[in-house]
Ligand binder design. Structure first.
Ligand SMILES: [Zn+2]
Ligand SMILES: [Zn+2]
Length: 242
């Protein structure tokens, strides 16, 4: 990782910076070009107070139907952009390919999208990868986001407090929401050595995409069982049902 970061710096000095989405030349490093920017849909303030689902139109509702039916174990989940054609490529490149530098930009979006969550957060924890996946990808994209948020806000990020004890499904496997829930239920464990530091704390869990909420639910349950005070969730992108 250190060598990789060094090479990325060398490349930035030698070559003009490229758009993180389409790789056209841009003026500053770690940004998007105007075209890629225009395709993003930032998530506005009219969202479900619990799960962060954007409401389709201005309304007085506080919670969405799903959260009224079943209260999430986390307090608030928020995301910066909608996960759609406009954001998919840049996020997948960050997740699966060698674009760790996108974490700088994404962390700025996240900080702008949820200043209230960051105000309350005492500890930032990324969603962990299982060992095999970490080996394949060489970096945990959620941990990179957590580190960049720490750099922006000064809130400590603890990347080894939670481990993934159940392997994640093969990449690209199509899964129903029920499959996702089953796969991720009981997948996380707070390390015994971390429990004292987390007890009673407000924890902000960080990840790249909020898809069905299954991961957010599983992380929040695991942290609450370990004695954490409150859990909020912050992701770069969120799947939005229209
Ligand atoms: Zn672009
Ligand atoms: Zn909701």
């Amino acid at each position: 990782m250190a060598a990789r970061a060094f090479l990325a710096r060398v490349r930035d000095v030698v070559l003009p910076p490229q758009c993180l989405g389409c790789r056209v030349i841009v003026e500053a490093p770690d940004t998007l070009c105007g075209t890629c920017w225009a395709q993003l849909r930032m998530i506005g303030p009219a969202v479900c107070d619990a799960c962060g689902m954007p409401f389709p139109f201005e309304q007085d509702a506080i919670l969405c139907g799903a959260c009224i039916g079943r209260e999430p174990p986390f307090a608030r989940a928020r995301s910066a952009v909608a996960y759609n054609e406009g954001s998919r490529d840049v996020i997948l490149a960050f997740k699966h390919a060698d674009r760790p530098e996108a974490a700088t930009l994404f962390a700025r979006w996240m900080a702008a999208a949820a200043p209230d969550l960051l105000m309350d957060a005492e500890i930032i924890i990324p969603v962990p990868l299982d060992r095999r996946r970490l080996f394949e990808r060489r970096y945990n994209q959620a941990a990179l986001l957590a580190q960049n948020l720490m750099r922006l806000t000064g809130i400590p990020s603890r990347i080894d407090d939670v481990e993934r004890i159940k392997p994640s499904p093969p990449r690209g496997k199509r899964m129903s929401p029920t499959d996702r829930r089953r796969n991720v239920a009981g997948a996380f464990r707070v390390r015994t050595s971390a429990k004292a530091a987390l007890r009673g704390k407000n924890v902000l869990v960080v990840d790249d995409v909020y898809t069905t909420g299954a991961t957010a639910w599983a992380m929040a349950r695991c942290l609450k069982r370990a004695g954490v005070g409150a859990v909020d969730i912050l992701t770069v992108a969120r799947v939005v049902r229209d």
